[in-house]
Design a protein around this ligand. Structure first.
Ligand code: TV1
Ligand code: CA
Ligand code: ZN
Length: 414
């Protein structure tokens, strides 16, 4: 392990709960929560956990989720927890030959009923379509999964606000497509919006940076009308690539005008041009916006060889973006997101946990890792990127994007 910066004094809070990795969207579904366990195992086996404050993720409560989401939608989703837990309890009771529901679960059910009555939730809900699209299936424990993912992102905000940490990490968060009352793109509850809303209780300006290969539409939409959050997304765009939003000229509305920044790119982006774009844009954003805090969505589907994304970044290139944002020295929250070639996702997030700690972890994957075989044939941290990939972005197109973004940012008053 090599110390890569003189500033090793950054306190890092890391949030984890092994239950998250146990949920399943479905056998064929590209989103695999197991990658969170795999990343965690690397983080443990590389010895990184010893240098961080490791916190157990808790489930966000209904009223916390209600700070952004629609009460009817929350109650609708919560059935996928209750049913699961009721089944669990039934199994538990029959296995133990008992007929009583454990006290804590009973309390939980009572709270849900009480909250839904307070919120005047309609009982007949047909307007929500979760489960209709294969992207957003209903699965056992779905709501618990959402509660854990968002509980961690909310607690990331708290650990920053209380001064307990300089950098807080939740690799199970970053579900940037979820809307106020709609699931989309594998995302049901928007942990990022909930995290930022918590930060806004104290901070005046929050910068959101999204390097997932997809556009961060849910976060952009939530803050489209405000100047207290600047959303900045780098993403693949065109040829019906999901979700189809995030054009260069989507800049925000009203007082939010020019506080949404989009960097749409064609497939094939490799390290050198991507990092150059990233630095040119984020340096100007930092200069004009001067945020109090950065929330970074580190979706790993922008890596080479991803099953869904078409970019061609190496782990070092992806990590260079995280390192660059860290170099501004203001509080930062790192969240996960997409990433569908799971052995590369875990590699990437372990490497970036090292970056948060100012440490460069070894190239050899620790041989005691339970998932060691996933890292064959080389068993190395840095995988070779795809060769002979054409970057379909011309230098002049990229320069034009930078010039346009600079022009938009010039409208922001200092
Ligand atoms: C079940 C089984 C679902 C196999 C979904 C890829 C699947 C996809 C599947 C898939 C798949 C998408 C669309 C189509 C819009 C729909 C976490 C017209 C092999 C943050 C979400 C991408 C990305 C959604 C999420 C996208 C994130 N691509 N196989 N689904 N409809 N949906 O295109 O940004 O990474 O692909
Ligand atoms: Ca993005
Ligand atoms: Zn994505």
């Amino acid at each position: 392990m090599i110390q890569t910066d003189s500033d090793s004094s950054k306190r890092v809070a890391y949030f984890y709960n092994r239950f998250i990795g146990k949920f399943q969207y479905g056998k064929e579904h590209p989103m695999k929560p197991k990658r969170i366990i795999m990343a965690h195992n690397l983080i443990v086996n590389y010895g990184l956990f010893r240098q961080m404050d490791v916190y157990l993720i808790r489930e966000a409560q209904l009223q916390e989720i209600g700070k952004f989401h629609d009460p009817d939608y929350i109650i609708y989703l919560s059935q996928f927890m209750s049913q699961n837990k009721i089944n669990f309890v039934k199994e538990y009771c029959s296995a133990n030959n008992e007929s009583v529901i454990p006290e804590n679960l009973l309390e939980e059910f009572k709270l849900i009923i009480k909250w839904s009555q307070q919120q005047k939730v309609k009982t007949e809900n047909s307007e929500f379509k979760v489960g209709d699209s294969p992207d957003n299936p209903t699965f056992s424990g779905l709501f618990s999964y959402c509660q854990l993912s968002s509980g961690a992102s909310i607690d990331c905000a708290h650990s920053i606000l209380t001064g307990q940490a300089d950098i807080a990490i939740n690799w199970s968060g970053g579900l940037h497509h979820a809307k106020k009352k709609e699931a989309s793109g594998f995302c049901y509850i928007n942990d990022i919006v909930l995290c930022i809303l918590e930060l806004l209780r104290v901070y005046v300006r929050v910068l959101y940076v999204d390097i997932d290969c997809h556009h961060g539409d849910g976060v952009e939409e939530a803050f489209y009308l405000t100047n207290r959050v600047m959303t900045l997304s780098f993403h693949q765009y065109g040829d019906d690539f999901y979700p189809g939003t995030g054009q260069l000229n989507s800049v925000g509305v009203g007082v939010g005008r020019y506080y949404s920044v989009n960097v749409p790119m064609k497939p094939g982006m490799s390290d050198q041009p991507y990092i150059e774009m990233f630095k040119k844009i984020t340096s100007r954003v930092m200069q004009v916006y001067r945020p109090d805090c950065i929330v970074m969505q580190c979706g790993a589907d922008s890596l080479s060889l991803d099953k869904l994304g078409g970019f061609n970044l190496s782990i070092k290139g992806h990590g260079a973006c995280v390192e660059y944002m860290k170099s501004f020295g203001i509080p930062m929250i790192l969240l996960g997101g997409g990433g569908y070639t799971i052995q590369n996702v875990s590699r990437c997030w372990a490497y970036e946990t090292g970056i948060a700690l100012g440490q460069q972890i070894d190239q050899a994957i620790p041989s005691n890792d339970i998932y060691y075989d996933y890292y064959s044939p080389d068993y190395l941290l840095h995988f070779p990127i795809k060769q002979n990939v054409e970057n379909r972005n011309k230098t002049e197109d990229l320069n034009k994007i930078v010039a346009t973004v600079y022009d938009y940012l010039s409208h922001i008053e200092n």
